[in-house]
Design a protein around this ligand. Structure first.
Ligand code: GLY
Length: 436
C-alpha cells in the first residue's frame, strides 16, 4: 500500500514512523524534516497548495493520504484529493469546520443538545461585546472564530488582566478579521484540569486513544507564554492520574455525539478527532476540537499503537473501524525548543542530536520545525524536536525522556518538569480542591 503523509512537523514524523515498516511511504512537506527524509520518498512544497499536493499523489499513485496539520484541511485538501480518486485520513473542508469554525462547533452542541458545552456568544461588533461583558460577572476566554495557528486564544487571568482587556482584545479580533472572520467568540472561563482525547473516526464509528495532558506554558511551573505545547504525558490504563474511567467515558460520549451531529449537519467525518476537554466540578466540558492529531499528544499515543496504523487507516477509509489496541504503558514527551522560545534569537543556529544515544536509551526522536541542510540540523523560531519515552509508569518514562534530552546540544531549552511526579501530583491536588 502506498501512503502519503502531508505535513512537516513532529506530529507528522510520529505518523510516518508508525507507518514506515508496513507501507511504501511518501511525504509532502514544506521543509526537509530530518527524520521523515530518512524513511520516506518526499517532495518539498507548501502543503497548503492543495492542487499541487493532489497532483503529487496522483503522480505517485497513492492509495491513502494522511493529512497532518489543520491548515490544508481548512483549504479543502481532502476534497481535492478525493476528486482525484485518492482516499484520505482527514475530514473534508465542510466536516473540518469542527475546528476551523468555532461558531459552527458551538452551534452544533446547541442544536444537537450535546453535553459538555459552556456559556458562549458570538459577536460581530464591539458595542454588543461591551454590553455582554458589562453584564457577565465571570472571567472569559476570547477566541477568533477561525484558525490562527494556536495563537489567537486569550484568557482573562492569564494573558488578559480583566474583562475590560477582554473587550479591547475582542475589538482587535473583529477589526483585524483574525482567523478570517470579522467575528469573535466569547466563552466562560472554565476552572479545572485540561486533558486531551484523540480518536480515530471512520465517518460513523470512533476508536478512542489513551488520554494525554499537554503543557502549553513556555516555562517550568506553568508560567510564561502559551505555546503550541511544551510536552505531554499519558498513563497506563489510558486514563490520567486525575481522570476517572467515568470522566473518560463521558468525554468519549461527547465525541461520539459530535461525530453523529457532524455527519448530519456537514459530511461524515473521517480522520482524527482531537477533543480538548476541561475536567470541571460538573464533569468534562469541551474546550475545543481539532480536526487532526495533537502536537505533542500524537507522540504519546502513536508509539504505543499495537494495531498497525496502516490497518487503522484502511478501516477509516473503508468505514469498517473497530477497536484499536494500545500497549498498556505510560509515556512522556518533552519538546526541545530554541532558548527563549517563543521569542527566540537562535533561529537558524545549528544543533546536534545524537539520535543513536537517544534510541539506545529506549527513547524516540520526532523532529518538528527544524530543517536538514548540508551542514546539519538548523533551528527555526519554533519548536525543534520531541523526545518521547514510554515506561511502566509516568515516573519511569519521565526519567528516560529527561536523560535522553541531554543528547541534544545547542542553544535549546526544555521543560524539565513535564511528567515529573511533583507536577503530576500538583494536578491531582488541584482537581481534588475543585471537587471538594
Ligand atoms: N496540543 C495542542 C494542539 O495540538 O493543538
Amino acid at each position: 500500500m502506498k501512503v502519503l503523509v502531508v505535513g512537516t512537523g513532529a506530529r507528522e514524523h510520529a505518523i510516518a514512523d508508525a507507518l514506515k515498516d508496513d507501507v511504501e511511504l511518501y511525504v509532502y512537506m514544506s521543509k526537509i524534516n530530518p527524520g521523515m527524509s530518512k524513511i520516506a520518498e518526499f517532495k518539498q512544497g507548501d502543503e497548503g497548495e492543495v492542487e499541487k499536493v493532489a497532483a503529487y499523489a496522483v503522480e505517485k499513485d497513492i492509495d491513502i493520504a494522511f493529512i497532518g496539520p489543520e491548515a490544508p484541511l481548512g483549504k479543502g485538501i481532502v476534497d481535492e484529493l478525493q476528486k482525484n480518486g485518492i482516499k484520505c485520513v482527514g475530514p473534508t473542508q465542510s466536516a473540518a469546520r469542527i475546528e476551523t469554525d468555532k461558531s459552527f462547533m458551538r452551534k452544533l452542541f446547541e442544536d444537537y443538545e450535546i453535553e459538555g458545552s459552556l456559556v458562549y456568544k458570538v459577536f460581530d461588533n464591539s458595542q454588543d461585546v461591551s454590553e455582554f461583558l458589562d453584564e457577565f460577572d465571570r472571567d472569559v476566554v476570547v477566541k477568533p472564530v477561525g484558525l490562527t495557528g494556536g495563537k489567537g486564544v486569550k484568557i482573562v487571568g492569564d494573558h488578559l488582566k480583566d474583562n475590560e482587556e477582554a473587550k479591547e482584545y475582542s475589538c482587535e479580533v473583529i477589526d483585524n478579521v483574525m482567523g478570517g472572520f470579522a467575528q469573535v467568540i466569547i466563552e466562560e472561563r472554565l476552572i479545572g484540569e485540561e486533558f486531551t482525547i484523540q480518536a480515530f473516526c471512520d465517518g460513523e464509528n470512533l476508536a478512542p486513544m489513551p488520554a494525554a495532558q499537554d503543557h502549553p506554558h513556555a516555562f517550568e511551573g506553568d508560567v510564561g507564554a502559551i505555546t503550541g505545547g511544551m510536552g505531554s504525558y499519558s498513563d497506563v490504563g489510558g486514563l490520567l492520574p486525575f481522570l476517572t474511567q467515568e470522566d473518560y467515558d463521558k468525554a468519549v460520549g461527547i465525541m461520539k455525539a459530535t461525530l453523529k451531529a457532524i455527519a448530519e449537519e456537514a459530511e461524515p467525518y473521517k480522520g482524527i478527532l482531537y477533543g480538548q476537554f476541561m475536567l470541571t466540578a460538573d464533569g468534562p466540558k469541551l474546550i475545543e476540537y481539532n480536526a487532526r492529531f495533537g502536537d505533542p499528544e500524537a507522540m504519546n499515543v502513536l508509539p504505543l499503537l499495537k494495531t498497525p496504523l496502516y490497518e487503522v487507516c484502511q478501516a477509516i477509509v473503508d468505514g469498517t473501524l473497530d477497536e484499536v489496541e494500545f500497549e498498556n504503558r505510560a509515556s512522556v514527551c518533552k519538546y526541545i525548543v530554541p532558548d527563549g522560545y517563543p521569542e527566540t534569537e537562535y533561529a537558524g543556529e545549528l544543533i546536534e542530536v545524537d539520535e543513536e544515544a537517544i534510541e539506545d536509551m529506549g527513547a524516540k526522536v520526532f523532529y518538528a520545525a527544524v530543517s536538514q541542510e548540508d551542514d546539519g540540523i538548523h533551528l527555526s523560531g519554533s519548536r525543534a524536536l520531541g523526545i518521547v519515552a514510554s515506561g511502566e509508569s509516568i515516573e519511569e518514562a519521565e526519567k528516560i525522556a529527561e536523560k535522553a534530552c541531554e543528547f541534544v546540544k545547542g542553544n535549546v531549552y526544555h521543560r524539565r518538569d513535564v511528567g515529573t511526579t511533583e507536577l503530576v501530583n500538583k494536578r491531582v491536588e488541584h482537581m481534588k480542591e475543585i471537587l471538594n
